[in-house]
Design a protein around this ligand. Structure first.
Ligand code: KIV
Length: 273
C-alpha cells in the first residue's frame, strides 16, 4: 500500500466546510491533476482541491468525462496528494464506478480512499444515488454530491445546458439536494443552475453548496484550474472568469525560446558550463 507525506499544517476537514457555511465564510475550490499544480494550488490557500474527472477532457483531450477510469483517477490523485498539504483533497468517482450497484461503489470508492490518501470522494446524481451515498458514508467515506448539470449524464441531458429551469425541474433539484443531505453528503456541487434556485438550495440546506455556473448565492465556488488560469483558452462558457491568460504566456515563452535557439542566443555564456 502506498504511503503519503504527512500534512505539515492543520488540514482542512469536511467538518470545517460545514462550520464555515454556518460562519458565512465562503469556500474556495479548484481542480488539480498533478503534484506540481497540487502544490501551487495548496500554497495559494485554496480550501478544497478536487481531482476532477474533468482530467479526462482538459488533460487527456477526450471529448467528455465518460471514458475516465478508476485507475486513471487513482493515478492523478496520488500525484496531487504529493503536492497538497493543507486543502481538503476530494477525488471524483468516474462514470459507472458507483452507479452499477452498492458493492461496486463501496469497492471502488474504498480503493480510491486507500490508494490515494484523499479525504473524500465526489459522485454525481441526486435521489437515484442517495442509498449508495448512505452506504458509503456508513462505511466511513466522506461524500461530496454533484447535481444540476452532471457531466457524466451529458448525453441523457442533451448537452451542457443549464438545469433546473421551470417549476418541475427546479423541484426535482430541490428533492435531489435534500436526498443527498439526508444521505450524509458533507457538501454538494451545483453545476449550471439558475442563481435564484442555487440561492434557495443554499439557504435550505445545512451542508454547503459549491457552485460552478450557479451564481453568487452558493456557499462556495469551484472552477476547473486550466479554465480559470486561461490555459484551456478554447473553452469560453458564460460563467467562466479567467484570472490569467497562461495559454498566451506559454505561447510567448516558447516562441522566445525557439527564436533564441534558432538564432544562436541560447545557450549563451551565462547558461553554459
Ligand atoms: O470534474 C470536475 O472538474 C468537476 C468540477 C467541474 C466540479 O466535477
Amino acid at each position: 500500500m502506498p504511503t503519503f507525506p504527512a500534512p505539515d499544517r492543520k488540514s482542512v476537514t469536511t467538518l470545517d466546510l460545514i462550520a464555515w457555511k454556518q460562519a458565512g465564510r465562503k469556500i474556495v475550490a479548484t481542480t488539480a491533476y498533478d503534484a506540481l499544480f497540487g502544490r501551487l494550488v495548496d500554497e495559494s490557500g485554496v480550501d478544497v482541491v478536487l481531482v476532477g474527472d474533468s482530467v479526462n477532457q482538459v488533460i487527456a483531450g477526450e471529448p467528455s468525462t465518460l471514458s475516465a477510469t478508476v485507475d486513471q483517477m487513482i493515478y492523478h490523485a496520488r500525484m496531487v496528494r504529493r503536492g497538497v498539504q493543507k486543502a481538503l483533497l476530494v477525488v471524483d468517482m468516474p462514470f459507472l464506478s458507483y452507479q452499477v450497484n452498492r458493492d461496486d461503489a463501496l469497492r471502488n470508492c474504498g480503493r480510491v480512499m486507500k490508494e490515494t490518501g484523499a479525504q473524500a470522494v465526489k459522485v454525481e446524481g441526486g435521489q437515484i444515488i442517495a442509498a449508495t451515498v448512505r452506504a458509503l458514508v456508513d462505511a466511513g467515506i466522506p461524500v461530496m454530491g454533484h447535481i444540476g448539470l452532471t457531466p457524466q449524464s451529458v448525453h441523457a441531458l442533451g448537452g451542457y445546458k443549464v438545469q433546473g429551469r421551470g417549476d418541475v425541474a427546479a423541484e426535482r433539484l430541490v428533492a435531489d439536494a435534500a436526498a443527498l443531505e439526508e444521505a450524509g453528503c458533507f457538501a454538494v456541487v451545483l453545476e449550471l443552475v439558475p442563481a435564484a434556485l442555487s440561492e434557495r438550495l443554499s439557504t435550505t440546506l445545512e451542508i454547503p453548496t459549491i457552485g460552478i455556473g450557479a451564481g453568487a448565492g452558493c456557499d462556495g465556488q469551484v472552477l476547473v484550474l486550466p479554465d480559470l488560469l486561461g490555459l484551456n483558452d478554447a473553452f469560453k462558457p458564460k460563467f467562466l472568469k479567467r484570472y490569467a491568460n497562461l495559454a498566451d504566456e506559454v505561447r510567448t515563452a516558447l516562441g522566445a525560446f525557439a527564436a533564441d535557439v534558432r538564432e544562436g542566443r541560447y545557450p549563451d555564456a551565462e547558461h553554459s558550463f
